[in-house]
Design a protein around this ligand. Structure first.
Ligand SMILES: NC(=O)c1ccc[n+]([C@@H]2O[C@H](COP(=O)([O-])OP(=O)(O)OC[C@H]3O[C@@H](n4cnc5c(N)ncnc54)[C@H](OP(=O)(O)O)[C@@H]3O)[C@@H](O)[C@H]2O)c1
Length: 263
């Protein structure tokens, strides 16, 4: 599919927080037509201020409107907020791309009404803005692949949705490696042990090690951290003095809890 074809899609970003805005700004940088992107948020004045600073005000829509007009819906709300949006009542197979941790495809299909759901868990917003994002993807759709390519996301496809638990912790690694150096014995041990269950983890971890910034690490970590999310759970483990391996297991546990909490 050519970019010209892709650019005809009306994209609706439900939840223009850190990830949502990073995606929109990258799309605009790549020439996506401004008028073909709409966004929603939950009324925070800080988010409004960011939307305004980035000249995105004319994209603001409502959840009710955005589900009607979009041919590609991007879900980038916190997993805990998904259920409260209510049923989308989609009557066709609108492409739904979820960036949410935790929530599985079946749940997303039930709530949106679309059977065409692709899940992606990328590294954080800074890596998207810098064209350096790494991700795991579950579900197949050619338009989704074109969109990820346009966004310069380096992704691996997983064939079993349960593996998205490992992808969820892999996506946190650039922030986590700000706290535990990727070449430390502790990191090597954690990567070895997780790779026993999910071999692709080793290569993803190696790529994530190269995304650690040289400075402003605290700011980088905070943009990675969705409140109550997987990165925060891993950092909590480290703050409690747990090993990186045990902290990563806490991240997996948190990813599973997020799926239940949304219901
Ligand atoms: N941050 C990361 O590094 C990262 C990495 C991989 C995946 N993710 C996933 O990406 C998603 C977004 O994370 P984030 O860090 O961007 O979170 P965030 O900065 O908190 O953004 C979430 C956005 O969703 C909006 N929102 C909440 N409820 C809503 C509703 N009912 N309708 C419309 N918008 C609503 C919020 O609006 P207000 O601002 O008005 O509250 C906020 O702007 C999460 O599901 C997370 O699991 C994040």
């Amino acid at each position: 599919m050519s970019n010209e074809e892709l650019f005809k899609n009306q994209i609706g970003v439900v939840g223009a927080g850190r990830i949502g805005r990073a995606l929109i700004l990258k799309l605009l940088e790549k020439g996506y037509p401004y008028d073909n992107i709409k966004l929603t948020y939950n009324g925070s004045i800080f988010t409004f201020s960011d939307i305004s600073d980035n000249n995105l005000i004319d994209m603001i829509s409502s959840n009710a409107e955005i589900v009607k007009i979009s041919s590609i819906l991007i879900l980038s709300v916190p997993p805990q907020s998904f259920k409260s949006i209510g049923n989308f009542n989609l009557t066709d197979d609108t492409l739904v791309i979820s960036f949410m941790a935790g929530i599985n495809s079946e749940t997303i299909k039930e709530q949106t009404g679309s059977d065409n759901v692709v899940r992606i868990i990328p590294t954080g917003p800074d890596t998207i803005r810098d064209s350096k994002a790494i991700a795991g993807v579950y579900g197949r759709d050619s338009r989704a692949c074109e969109l990820f390519k346009l966004l310069d996301i380096d992704y691996c496809l997983v064939d079993d949705e349960e593996k998205m638990d490992y992808i969820a912790i892999a996506g946190c690694l650039p922030a986590i490696f700000c706290r535990v150096a990727p070449d430390s014995d502790e990191a090597k041990e954690a990567i070895d042990r997780i790779s026993e269950d999910f071999p692709e983890f080793r290569e993803i971890a190696c790529k994530c090690g190269k995304l650690v910034p040289d400075d402003n690490k605290d700011e980088f970590i905070s943009r990675f951290t969705t409140p109550g999310g997987v990165t925060q759970a891993i950092l909590n483990g480290l703050n409690m003095g747990k090993s990186l391996y045990d902290s990563l297991l806490m991240g997996i546990e948190r990813n599973r809890e997020l799926s239940d909490e949304s219901w």
